[in-house]
Design a protein around this ligand. Structure first.
Ligand code: COI
Length: 368
């Protein structure tokens, strides 16, 4: 069999923009509203494999209207961030994990796989080119959005024969406008995000599109996010854009950090999630990574044993949860659960220390 070319960073072609886009102050950024000057673009076809990667000025792209992505949502994406440390160096956080996950997502959708190390090399070039766009302020970052989709140009539903991979860049501030302020989650068993055998663990648009309606329902109920559960046991999955953690004191007084496990395939294997689990274990906290029925959380709330709750994600980083609403009833968590000295505040501080290169750590890749 003919071996087709993989992504090759050595073949990267760069076309600089002649019309730089207007920049804005970090505080005005919000999340994902601003695109930086350049984007990375790589085309793939079943006949030729991966073409030479190109960095081009950011802008609209032309696609055949039959492209599979428009009709059958054959698309997967990643969220990753690059940070500027106090010396002005650019740092990435565990980029190889995003590459691994994107390849898993691509396989599930029968999109092509690629060499993650080579893609990271191209992303580094992209970051260096737009380095002035990366905010040098804690809490701010360059959000990177790799996305791959099928451009197969016919209406029959078939395996992908043509695809495109983009990496877009957006300088960002906090995902939630309110910043580090506890949010309230809405549990509504009517909206199921994922179920065993489904695609809940795949990072693709098809998992996110249906959550807009549940998000609106959550807002109508006075909550800011939906917390998804499934089945009669109301197994906790995730909060749509975030993995979930609950710090619970057992009836015998032991502190345990609960988070739903990956084994039923119903949650996204988050990289912030993984990092929190690894750091918590390093700190000697008992992590219970198992299927989690909501009853464990509700009972703990009713008996004042649920001390903290928070969500994690690349965009959100770590967001405190102050309350849950379930079957019309509110369960409020103690205020010191997200205050100075709380587990989650320490965790957030540690993550930021690593991400902004304040301490040397193997997860932070300095690309100068
Ligand atoms: C991320 O956290 O990076 C995501 O991809 C979630 C998205 C809805 C912003």
């Amino acid at each position: 069999v003919k071996v087709l070319p993989d992504i090759q960073a050595s073949k990267l072609k760069v076309t600089n923009t002649s019309r730089p886009l207007p920049k804005c102050e970090p505080e005005e950024l919000g999340f994902g509203k601003v695109i930086s000057d350049h984007m990375l673009m790589i085309q793939w076809s079943a006949a030729e494999g991966w073409n030479a990667p190109e960095i081009v000025p950011s802008g609209p792209i032309g696609l055949h209207p039959f492209s599979h992505v428009f009709h059958y949502a054959i698309e997967c994406y990643e969220g990753m961030k690059a940070y500027k440390d106090s010396d002005g160096n650019i740092r990435m956080f565990r980029p190889e994990k995003n590459m691994e996950r994107m390849n898993v997502s691509a396989s599930r959708l029968c999109l092509p796989n690629f060499d993650g190390d080579e893609l990271v090399k191209c992303i580094k070039e992209l970051l260096r080119l737009d380095r002035d766009w990366i905010p040098q302020k804690k809490g701010y970052a360059m959000y990177l959005r790799p996305v791959m989709f099928s451009t197969t140009p016919w209406l029959g539903l078939t395996q992908c024969s043509e695809a495109m991979l983009f990496v877009l860049q957006s300088p960002v501030g906090p995902y939630f406008k309110s910043g580090y302020v506890p949010i309230k989650l809405h549990v509504d068993a009517k909206y199921i995000r994922a179920w065993p055998g489904g695609t809940g663990n795949v990072k693709f648009g098809g998992n996110y599109a249906p959550t807009v309606a549940s998000q609106i329902a959550a807002a109508k109920a006075g909550c800011s996010q939906a917390l998804y559960v499934y089945d009669k046991e109301e197994w906790v999955t995730e909060a749509g854009t975030m993995n979930m953690f609950f710090l619970i004191k057992s009836t015998s007084g032991t502190l345990q950090l609960f988070t739903p496990s990956l084994e039923d395939g119903c949650i996204l294997p988050g990289i912030t999630r993984l990092s929190v689990i690894e750091l918590a274990k390093e700190w000697g906290t008992e992590v219970v990574e198992e299927p989690l029925p909501l009853k464990i959380v509700i009972d703990a709330c009713e008996q004042d044993r649920c001390l903290e709750a928070f969500g994690t994600g690349t965009a959100a980083v770590l967001q405190p949860v102050g309350a849950l609403q379930h079957n019309g009833k509110d369960y409020t968590l103690p205020e010191d659960g997200f205050a100075e000295g709380s587990f989650q505040m320490k965790m957030l501080a540690k993550l930021k220390e690593i991400q902004y290169g304040e301490i040397e750590h193997p997860w932070s890749v300095c690309i100068t």
